[in-house]
Design a binder for this molecule. Structure first.
Ligand SMILES: Cc1cc2nc3c(=O)[nH]c(=O)nc-3n(C[C@H](O)[C@H](O)[C@H](O)COP(=O)(O)OP(=O)(O)OC[C@H]3O[C@@H](n4cnc5c(N)ncnc54)[C@H](O)[C@@H]3O)c2cc1C
Length: 505
């Protein structure tokens, strides 16, 4: 079967590039190994409760933001959403801190009376960084496509227009927090929202949009479902339960794929899967393969997480208006994921609004624990998930539940009607995202900004999604799809940036 483009993977990156290409008349096929599209944005049901893989809410679902804009451009149905307006509770070494939705500053000032100046300084800087990040009038060009002159100009403009971002935003969060306050509880409270070693702008973003995120009324799955509907309306195809096992190369160019059932689909290839897995599907006889693998071999990957999915019977235990609960120890903001153990790792419990018809409240606790934990989760270096893997999972789950119970009481654990742990290996197996990373490459100060380009060393083989420019997050991977489509369509004389701007003028 011949297509213009065969996309491997129906994550939001793959679905986005497919939609843009289909809109401009390209014959596109998306192959997805699962029975549902969406990758890390899928939902699944247990005991009649709908769980999302991990995202609680998205600011980018708000009117005028990336997701509704892209859907509108493709002629897709909009995704009905509701606001998330809940409160946060943070346990730091046993002490409780409460942050009211829409009143972050007031809440922190009240609870850190001796550090009022520090609270104001931290929040002012975070808001300034976020404002600067959203101040650009148009999407910037990928840095690797800029000439030296453009790069210098971009750098000079950034120094002038984004001073706070340049001073704090692209520095490691723990370094910035250490420079802004000596109060460990305050630093940990800020860090607890997303306890990963990251540049400070990630925290600035999280805190600045807190209270403004939205959740699809029908759950996160509604987002990829809308993208699939528009893909089909525009003549594109999606084939589910189709796992790619090989990328076909002819005359030095990618010219199709072979799936595990032996079917062949021909066309230029776009992979939405991590490059570490994608490159393995290239035949060893292709000279560029070794070079491409070597180029990424030393790059550091975003630290993964385990996720504890819980269904709560609220008739027996109510969480009131809480949207999120963090359980952390005082030193957490200085620790790295590799140092965490189940009895020390910060626990962030997201309380979902749930969807109509759900009998119980879905909660997902996200816990940073490394891919290598305990001899790769007792799997002899990640190779096989046997009895010892299951036993370790049970042990970790019991430890986490015990810690949660210590903070929320036995009433909470007694009201749980279901709980189930996924490990970084579960995430890896589910999406073939290397090490189960849910943000692509590491975004510490050392690694941030080293973007991988969408074009590869093999003609007609492209990458899209969280591993390439501009990177992680739903809006980031959708932007990567836009950039790739823009690049591809350029050779047809299409100026996607201009068309997009005209559409919304
Ligand atoms: C716990 C958690 C919390 C998160 N929180 C946020 C948040 O608050 N905000 C935010 O913006 N983002 C968040 N994210 C990140 C966001 O979900 C991801 O960055 C994004 O969805 C990745 O999309 P992608 O298109 O790059 O790839 P993926 O979603 O990984 O999609 C890849 C697709 O390829 C398919 N595939 C793999 N191999 C094959 C094959 N051989 N053949 C066919 N198909 C294949 C997979 O099944 C999958 O569908 C979170 C993620 C998690 C897990």
């Amino acid at each position: 079967m011949q297509y213009d483009y065969v996309v491997i993977g129906a994550g939001m990156g793959g679905l986005t590039v497919a939609n843009f290409l289909a809109k401009y008349g390209k014959k596109v096929l998306v192959l997805e190994k699962h029975s549902i599209p969406g990758g890390l944005v899928t939902s699944f049901a247990r005991r009649g409760v709908h769980f999302d893989l991990g995202i609680l809410g998205l600011y980018e679902l708000d009117e005028g933001q990336t997701i509704p804009q892209f859907l509108e451009f493709w002629g897709a149905s909009q995704v009905p959403t509701r606001p998330l307006r809940g409160n946060l509770k943070c346990f730091i070494d046993g002490t409780e801190f409460d942050i009211e939705a829409g009143k972050v500053r007031e809440s922190l000032l009240e609870q850190f009376p001796k550090n009022r100046d520090d609270v104001n300084r931290v929040l002012d800087i975070m808001h300034a960084i976020n404002k600067e990040m959203h101040s650009g009038k148009e999407a910037p060009e990928p840095p690797y496509d800029m000439t030296l002159f453009q790069l210098v100009k971009f750098g000079m403009n950034a120094m002038r227009q984004r001073p706070m971002f340049m001073k704090y935003g692209n520095k490691d969060a723990r370094r910035v927090l250490d420079s802004l306050t000596t109060c460990d509880e305050l630093k940990t409270a800020v860090y607890s929202k997303a306890p990963y070693p990251m540049v400070f702008m990630a925290f600035a973003y999280q805190w600045s949009v807190y209270g403004e995120s939205r959740y699809p009324v029908a759950g996160m799955q509604a987002i990829p479902d809308a993208a699939v509907e528009s893909l089909r309306n525009q003549g594109g195809e999606l084939k589910l339960n189709a796992e790619v096992a090989e990328i076909l190369i002819g005359n030095g160019r990618a010219c199709g794929v072979r799936t595990t059932d032996g079917s062949v689909y021909r066309g230029a290839v776009i992979s939405n899967v991590s490059p570490q897995f994608t490159y393995e599907w290239i035949p060893d006889t292709v000279a560029a393969k070794a070079r491409m693998k070597a180029a990424i071999a030393r790059r550091r990957i975003f630290e993964p997480a385990a996720a504890l999915f819980m269904a709560l019977d609220e008739s027996r235990y109510s969480l009131g208006d809480l949207e999120s609960i963090s359980i952390v120890s005082t030193r957490d903001y200085r620790m790295t994921t590799g140092e965490y153990r189940p009895d020390t790792a910060p626990i962030c419990i997201n309380v979902y609004p749930g969807i109509e018809g759900d009998e119980f409240r879905p909660l997902v606790a996200i816990i940073p624990i490394s891919y290598e934990y305990h001899n790769f989760w007792e799997t002899e270096a990640g190779r096989k998930r046997g009895q010892s893997y299951r036993a370790l999972k049970q042990e970790v789950e019991a430890t986490l539940l015990h810690r949660i119970e210590q903070h929320l009481g036995t009433g909470f654990t007694n009201a749980l009607v279901h709980h189930e742990l996924s490990t970084p290996l579960t995430f890896e197996r589910y999406t073939y995202s290397k090490n189960g990373s849910f943000m692509g490459w590491s975004i510490t100060q050392r690694d941030y900004g080293k973007f991988l380009r969408q074009r590869t060393d093999i003609d007609d083989l492209y990458l899209v999604g969280q591993w390439v420019f501009p990177g992680f997050g739903v809006a980031g991977v959708m932007a990567s799809g836009y950039y790739l489509a823009k690049e591809i369509l350029k050779s047809d004389g299409v100026d996607l940036k201009k068309d997009f701007a005209k559409f919304f003028a």
